[in-house]
Design a protein around this ligand. Structure first.
Ligand code: HEM
Length: 227
């Protein structure tokens, strides 16, 4: 089938899964904004998600998207290297103009994957998984606010999360416009526009995550109460 067998088909799969993952991050970012204002309200969202069937279905869909995106990243990188040999770009004169992020998407992706494993261990493992497997953990599995407080009171985790967020910023700021280019947004003007829109959008998302880490690390977390 075209989507799986041809190089352009594989790039389309990468683009569509990438855009879907950015949409998830947008939801996750909006959810996390609530933690700036109230622990109690944040936990209402965590309880609503919990280990309910729709949250588990969402997690499985998300995992499938992430696995397809990662597997195709390896296939496409190997295919490009085979086609170009040691020369990673056909026209070496323009090599310098290719952004650092675009040359290092696979490495950035691997850093992001390691960070994601740590993040799932910190949160998903102590929340949804603990509830599903009926495992006793330090806090209530639905008390997302307590897990945030505990995770970012540890400076090692806070620094690792900030490094992870910077890697995500580089990866997404390139991936965003690259996805739209693959899906047919051509022409210099629109490409430039998508680059600017992508950069602003991704910067806002990552800034929210980073400021949350800093706020909880440095003791500016809100109280539990909604009022
Ligand atoms: C730095 C601030 C962040 C905080 C405080 C945070 C918090 C959380 C919490 C509380 C959960 C568990 C939700 C639940 O099971 O009800 C979760 C899950 C998750 N987070 Fe984050 N998160 C942060 C950043 C990120 C980033 C940057 C990513 C992007 C890669 C990410 C990806 C995920 C994924 C994939 C899950 C599992 C979702 C699921 O089970 O469907 N998180 N996060």
């Amino acid at each position: 089938m075209w989507l799986f067998n041809s190089p352009i088909g594989r790039k389309v799969v990468m683009s569509l899964t990438g855009i879907s993952l950015i949409l998830f991050l947008t939801f996750h970012c909006c959810m996390n904004v609530v933690a700036f204002f109230s622990g109690e309200c944040y936990n209402v969202i965590c309880e609503f998600l919990g280990s309910n069937w729709y949250a588990v279905a969402g997690t499985l869909a998300l995992a499938a998207l992430a696995v397809i995106h990662i597997v195709y990243a390896f296939i496409l990188t190997a295919q490009n290297r085979r086609a170009r040999g040691n020369e990673r770009y056909e026209v070496t004169a323009s090599y310098k103009t290719v952004s650092w992020a675009s040359q290092n998407m696979l490495v950035l992706g691997l850093i992001i994957l390691i960070g994601l494993v740590l993040h799932l261990y910190n949160f998903w493992g102590n929340m949804m998984f603990a509830e599903l497997a009926n495992i006793q953990v330090a806090h209530d599995p639905a008390d997302g606010f307590a897990w945030i407080l505990e995770t970012f009171s540890n400076p090692v985790y806070s620094v690792l999360y900030l490094v992870w967020i910077v890697a995500l910023w580089y990866h997404l700021s390139h991936g965003f416009w690259s996805a739209f280019q693959t899906l047919g947004i051509n022409g210099k003007i629109w490409l430039k526009r998508w680059q600017i829109i992508g950069c602003v959008y991704v910067t806002i998302l990552m800034a929210v995550f980073a400021i949350l880490v800093l706020a909880f690390w440095l003791g500016f977390a809100p109280s539990m109460c909604c009022a």
